[in-house]
Design a protein around this ligand. Sequence first.
Ligand code: AKG
Ligand code: FE2
Length: 286
Amino acid sequence: MAVAGVLDEIVDTARYPLADVGSADREGVVALARAELAEDGCTVLREFIRPALVETLRAQGEAMAPHAYYEVERVNAYNIPLDTELPQDHPGRIVLDRGNAFVPRDRIPADALIHRLYTSEPFQRFVADCFGLAELHEFADPLAGLCLNVVAPGMSHPWHFDTNEFTVSMLTQPAASGGVFEYCPNIRSPHAENLDDVRDVLTGSGERLVRGLALRPGDLQLFRGRFSLHRVSPVTGGHQRHSAIFAYTDRPGVIGTVERTRQLFGRVLPDHLAAADAVRGDRLLD
Ligand SMILES: O=C(O)CCC(=O)C(=O)O
Ligand SMILES: [Fe+2]
């Protein structure tokens, strides 16, 4: 089968039979992922990529990394404007340096392993099933849909919540030291911000809430980052940490705002302007 063929080449389909919809083996993998996501918002599918391709995965990431947009941004954990009016002790008042940089989708070759996986229909169906979603769509955004997250030595991707309810990612090159993915399972819920716990983590006294994840290149991570505060700890050692971020949504046509796109990538494309026009009817400043 042609579609399964692409996956077979990249994914360890003996362990993860993505295309065998309805098979007991696939159901078992999905059920385990669902149980772990329900329990603590995160699941890791170990050695998802065939071990023989892990070096290709790393080398492709390294080749695209120079196309990342490097600009340290001052942020808070909620990714809301820093001048938002908040009570004195609100953790959203704690300012962090976001030192990671993203390679955008239009600088990722179509034949790169991460691009082939991101656009694979059976892969998307599998991810949807793991998250329990009826529908799953690639971001319509020509930059933010698929990114390589680059964290250079001395930098970190600081504590934050994702806007998206679910995130799919894959480490392609670990840091020499540091650069650990750390998260606080379900530290907030749709009904409760739990500001005291979030403040503890941001001020360094929340160790009891933090879990470190030992990721290896080629592992697939499924994560509910909207409820679990998370970060990539400071990278040390001689080289960058790279991870692929596969951005999907549960409805079609989602595209980033002009302002956010400029912050993340340093530029916008006609699609972003057109989407803003469609929403606002003009291109005037606020
Ligand atoms: O690079 C990672 O492992 C995490 C990335 C992340 O949290 C994000 O892009 O929102
Ligand atoms: Fe995140």
